[in-house]
Design a protein around this ligand. Structure first.
Ligand code: 1PR
Length: 606
């Protein structure tokens, strides 16, 4: 009698749909994948978790012949749930792919964010993609709608997108690409979110069609709760046409609970990082180094002398940090540069198992590059990344290969070799295939001090590295007196900090942004494991050089280090490892500390 409606998921193979599958299973529901036309007739509920680009999604619907059955399904009145691109394809068009028409179910265009945005309390610029946790609030809704019918609540949900259905509200202060857009979206009900001074649709609903710009399957308990409400709702209640007898009520976003504190709307993200490698017994363990040295420094001859530090099991720790409120989990396979067989099965298993219990974004790094299996089979970086996405990773992080790719780019540019961008590097192919937001570049810079007692040092310092030069000042001497009167630049390293290259952190950051990276994970070999706090000079230099989000890493020793890094740099996220693993500071304590300083954080109800 309590037969659940037959649920289908439409997947066209372009990204991480495993997370959605995992969350549906976790909520106790079953589903099938849409395989052909006839499945649309069998489906009683349908979820479309679109990924990649607007054009890729709409074009693949057309070439696969699924577009007509999909439209037929939508117009049949059966419940549809679109996620991210699965929402955007419902719209008329997107500036992202001007030659690909949308489904035009929602007669409204998708446009882009304005990076130069002087929003209140902002630092003049905002990063794109819009990546992280942002709050949805009700904007237009059905009068008298029951509370239980509301799908997106005023909670923080996880967003990751470059284009958006922007509305003119608050757009006056920015040079609005949307100046001529209508004030409302016909008779659709929708919620809005704010990014800087711009307002965009975070979820939309009419009759049987519901869609979110954010990812409920990556939005922790709040997202799972939303999915559950949709999955549990009887088909009839999701299919009713709301327009006939109800009237629409505008709700003024400024009087609604938009985020009270200033800033761009996003919460300050806290990332827990797990450096993973095999110990001397061949088990994958979470380890943690000091300046990248992960071996014990036990008394000579003592037990365990020189062993790989073991701080726990990867999957268990990931789960624990998720429950403690981590906004994101990052796995770094720190020795993969040595042996790099594609099917690093133990690491894929770790990701697969973690994705079953962790419902916030997962990043996986280490060994994402062109590689050859022991039997001689070659694999491209794109294939390696694909294996991780299919296992449940949302982003892959590229380290050493990114340095080599930018060196090649700079060389081609210098020598006038066309094209400068070959389209062949891992960063390019993965960002083409899975979207920029799925490609993180992990940077391992090291300070190189210059001899300031040499009166000519400024004249002889290499011009190319000037943008990464820091000269110790009075300000620096307050926090780190030993650094006063010193000067240094930030040199990039590869192979886990073991080899230095003649390229600095600004060259690298700008280079990978050009190649298509969507985010930077900025480590510091000097600060790693030191507990001295984040390297604010380094972070400010890199933040100033790029428009993509930066995750600041290395050196956290106290909860107040996080407050400092968010207040003194424009970083979008802060990552730590050692203090969390050793239980010195909990993620909840970090968030309390940030909240105490008026900094926005995601509240997790786990
Ligand atoms: O080069 O693409 O195979 O990627 C290798 C990845 O592994 C890179 O992201 C590189 O940063 C990382 N890695 C390599 N060797 C080490 C090592 O420690 N020996 N770990 C290593 C880097 C840096 C952190 C760390 C923070 C926070 N670990 O992400 O978690 O510094 O630590 P803290 O809070 O304890 O200070 P490729």
């Amino acid at each position: 009698a309590d037969k659940k409606p037959k649920l289908y998921i439409l997947d066209y193979g372009a990204g991480n749909v495993r997370s959605l599958a995992n969350s549906i299973k976790k909520l106790g529901f079953e589903f099938e994948w849409i395989k052909d036309d006839s499945d649309f007739d069998k489906a009683e509920k349908l979820i479309f978790p679109g990924v990649g680009s607007f054009g890729q999604a709409t074009d693949s619907l057309r070439t696969s012949g699924l577009i007509h059955p999909l439209l037929r399904y939508i117009h049949s009145g059966k419940p549809y749930f679109g996620i991210c691109i699965g929402m955007q394809v419902l719209f008329a068009s997107s500036i992202e792919s001007p030659n690909s028409a949308g489904l035009n179910v929602v007669p409204y265009p998708i446009t882009s964010f304005n990076v130069e945005d002087n929003y209140a309390g902002g630092k003049g610029k905002k990063s794109v993609p819009h990546m992280g946790w942002n709050k949805s609030w009700k904007a237009w809704n059905v009068q008298g709608e029951e509370d239980k019918d509301k799908l997106a609540l005023e909670e923080d949900y996880y967003f990751v997108h470059t284009f958006a259905a922007r509305l003119p509200e608050e757009a006056a202060s920015s040079s609005s690409a949307n100046a001529n857009a209508p004030e409302t979206i016909g008779d659709w009900a929708y919620t809005l979110a704010r990014y800087g001074s711009e307002t965009f649709v975070s979820s939309i609903k009419k009759g049987n069609v519901y869609a979110t710009q954010f990812h409920p399957e990556k939005s922790g308990p709040a997202g799972l709760d939303l999915l559950r409400r949709w999955l549990e709702a009887p088909v009839e209640s999701l299919s009713s046409s709301p327009t006939a007898s109800r009237t629409w009520q505008p709700v003024n976003p400024t009087t609604s609970t938009s985020r009270a504190t200033g800033g761009n709307g996003l919460t300050n993200r806290i990332v827990a990082c797990l450096d993973v490698r095999s110990n001397d017994h061949g088990d994958l363990v979470v380890t943690k180094g000091d300046q990248y040295d992960v071996r014990e420094k036990a008394p000579v001859g003592g037990d365990g002398d020189g062993a790989v530090r073991n701080l726990g099991k990867p999957v268990e720790l990931a789960r624990k940090y998720y429950l403690n409120g981590a906004d994101e989990i990052c796995f770094l396979n720190i020795t993969s540069f040595r042996s790099s067989a594609l099917l690093d099965q133990p690491m894929l298993d770790v990701v697969r198992a973690a994705a079953e219990t962790v419902f916030v974004p997962l990043t996986v790094g280490g060994g994402i590059k062109d590689t050859v299996d022991p039997d001689g089979t070659p694999h491209t970086a794109l294939e390696v990344a694909g294996a991780y996405f299919r296992s449940g990773a949302d982003k892959v992080s590229i380290g050493s290969e990114a340095v080599l790719a930018v060196e090649e780019l700079l060389k081609r540019e210098k020598e006038g070799i066309e094209p400068v961008l070959t389209g062949k590097t891992g960063i390019e192919t993965i960002s083409q295939g899975y979207g920029r937001q799925a490609v993180v570049v992990s940077i391992d810079p090291k300070r190189v001090y210059v001899n300031t007692s040499d009166p000519n040092w400024k004249e002889t310092f290499p011009v190319a590295h000037l943008p990464s030069l820091v000269i110790g000042s009075e300000a620096i001497s307050q926090t780190a007196p030993e650094e006063k009167d010193k000067a240094w630049w930030y040199q990039c390293t590869i192979s886990g900090g073991r080899a230095v290259r003649d390229i600095d952190v600004v060259q690298l950051a700008k280079g990978v942004e050009r190649l298509g990276a969507g985010e930077l994970l900025l480590n510091s070999v000097d600060r790693d494991g030191s507990g001295k706090g984040f390297d604010l000079d380094l972070i400010n230099i890199v933040k100033g050089a790029v428009d993509i989000p930066v995750v600041s890493s290395s050196g956290a020793g106290r909860a107040s280090d996080f407050t400092e890094v968010f207040e003194k740099t424009g970083t979008e996220a802060a990552l730590a490892a050692g203090i969390f693993h050793r239980g010195e500071v909990g993620i909840d304590q970090v968030k309390e500390c940030l909240k105490g300083e008026g900094l926005a954080v995601r509240q997790s109800k786990v």
